[in-house]
Ligand binder design. Structure first.
Ligand SMILES: [Zn+2]
Length: 555
């Protein structure tokens, strides 16, 4: 007698091989049988006729760190849009951003920097990665979650938020803190090389820290330094260089090029990475299925203005002289290499995308809510100021709690042909890089990224086969993470499962209306528990905290 049998479905098992007809038997937290189970008794049977049954989706690039730290009821509510996409596992701590490790000095500043990722009422109290994971375990989590050690948190805690090279003593301290995080179960380190303080690190610092991973088997994930014409190629070279020198796996997170109508610069980086793979560098890559992204509005300001964190940025914006200097630089400065030198600037988002492609995604205060959804050129026109003056005033009024939505990531609102070409290339996992804090407008990927791949790009666009697309959301990331019993639907695997209708699956969330649940994902099972069934969502804390155990599969 099985607890649950899912019968009549087409199994897409996550390896990439063609679908096959099989029933799936579940006992406790595991898949215990696969095949014809029509004569096997079960306490419950779910009809999957005409549907696809596949492993739960794994999002290697989540920013749910602080959302998963919320108490279970709030967490369940904020995570619903992600779980209804079929996501059952997330890796947090990406882009060098996070609050573990931290100490009493760095924590409030990290908390301030990450306000755009933080739901109301969540106050980080943890210091180490281990304490963070224990908190999640104690409260319960709605999905499976593993962490990366964010380099920004390491550097903020040991060196501070300012620029400059780490001393030998500071390097040693960061290495120890990182090793402790890895001992506690982290899957590796993440670098966010457009954000302070991570952006102040030289390539040598990245190599040294990445070397710490070697005995543990973790990987280093990179938010590249630059995406515009001046620094894109050098930024991707740097990722490969770290992998080669440190001899550890490197993940090029959300592969992208910045631009206004011309995204062709990406092909040189693609060739460069193909060469590196041939040479044996353990390189992974992932893609967001959108031509837009969301981040903190602070990212549009020059690095020197951000030194010391958000309060310092706001103080400088308040100084007319400094504000003038910032405006001049935002309008005229080109990124240059090396970007970690004092006074340098890795990425000028305004130059890369133009004011008209930067939108106010979120503001804290009610009085400015009507400005959400406007681009910064419109914002300036509405307020009778230059775009820079308008957004600076908005930053001050909102205490810095402003998020920006950027169009122009490997495509724009009309043209996603470059993104489609990237998707056709082998080895790219799909990720969301999107979150829902319950405040402002989330990026639509928080509600629709994976169904968008299956609907828009698989069924409608025929960019990939369904089996290949599912592989890139399941077996491929599970392999990199070394998750031996997730990501592939087979006997003995954890019962993280999705049932979706391949004829109907699609994203419904848009930039204008981001909080629409996806269609066609009918059942989601996390560790054997049915958490989504049709319209019903239980909000159960069925997830588990994952600690790295094995070495991943790379290259
Ligand atoms: Zn990123």
């Amino acid at each position: 007698m099985f607890e649950l049998i899912i019968f009549g479905g087409n199994v897409v098992d996550g390896t990439g091989r063609p679908r096959f007809r099989a029933d799936v038997g579940i006992e406790g937290k595991r898949v215990v049988a696969l095949g014809d189970l029509s004569s096997v008794p079960a306490r419950r049977r779910l009809d999957a006729s005409g549907k696809v049954v596949c492993p739960g989706f794994i999002d290697m690039h989540s920013h749910s760190d602080l959302i998963l730290a919320a108490e279970p009821q709030l967490q369940a509510k904020l995570m619903e849009g992600r779980i209804r996409q079929g996501i059952t596992t997330e890796i947090v701590g990406n882009c060098g951003l996070g609050v573990a490790p931290s100490d009493d000095r760095s924590r409030p500043r990290l908390r301030g920097q990450l306000s755009f990722l933080t739901p109301e009422g969540v106050e980080p109290s943890w210091g180490t990665v281990g304490e963070y994971l224990e908190l999640l375990e104690g409260q319960g989590v709605v999905v499976n979650v593993g962490v990366l050690v964010p380099h920004g948190a390491l550097r903020a805690t040991v060196v501070g938020f300012g620029p400059g090279e780490a001393t030998e003593e500071e390097m040693g301290k960061m290495e120890v803190l990182l090793a402790q995080g890895l001992e506690d179960g982290a899957f590796g380190i993440s670098f966010g090389l457009i954000y302070p303080p991570g952006q102040y690190a030289s390539t040598d610092e990245l190599v040294r820290l990445a070397r710490v991973l070697k005995p543990y088997g973790g990987y280093a994930a990179f938010h590249q330094r630059g995406g515009g014409p001046e620094t894109l190629l050098r930024s991707v070279e740097e990722i490969v260089e770290v992998g080669r020198k440190a001899e550890v796996p490197v993940e090029h997170s959300h592969e992208q090029v910045h631009g206004k109508g011309d995204w062709s610069a990406i092909w040189e980086t693609v060739r460069l990475k193909e060469e590196a793979l041939k040479e044996g560098v353990a390189l992974g890559q992932d893609l967001i299925p959108y031509t837009s992204v969301c981040t903190t509005m602070a990212a549009i300001f020059p690095p020197w203005a951000q030194e010391g964190g958000l309060p310092a940025l706001l103080a400088r914006i308040g100084d007319p002289e400094l504000r003038r200097r910032m405006e001049l630089e935002v309008e005229t400065r080109f990124p240059e290499w090396p970007p970690w030198k004092e006074g340098s600037w890795p990425v000028n988002l305004v130059r890369d995308f133009g004011w008209e492609n930067l939108y106010v995604a979120f503001v804290e205060g009610e009085e400015n809510k009507h400005l959400e959804g406007r681009n910064l050129r419109e914002l300036g026109e509405a307020l009778g100021k230059s775009p820079f003056q308008a957004v600076s005033d908005l930053m001050v009024a909102e205490g810095g709690a402003v998020a920006v939505l950027i169009f122009g990531i490997s495509g724009d609102r009309e043209d996603d042909s470059t993104l489609r070409e990237l998707m056709r290339l082998p080895g790219r996992a799909f990720v969301t890089d999107a979150w829902e804090t319950g405040r402002g407008r989330p990026h639509p990927g928080a509600y629709g990224a994976f169904p968008r791949v299956l609907g828009r790009y698989v069924r409608e666009g025929r960019v990939l086969t369904l089996e290949e697309a599912v592989h890139r959301m399941t077996g491929l990331p599970a392999g990199r993470l070394g998750l031996e019993d997730r990501g592939v639907l087979r006997e003995g695997a954890r019962a993280d499962l999705v049932i979706f209708d391949p004829a109907k699956v699609k994203d419904k969330s848009t930039h204008g209306d981001p909080r629409s649940f996806s269609e066609g994902v009918e059942v989601v099972v996390v560790n054997g528990k049915v958490v989504v069934e049709g319209d019903r969502y239980t909000g159960d804390t069925a997830g588990e905290v994952l600690r790295r155990t094995g070495r991943g599969i790379w290259g």
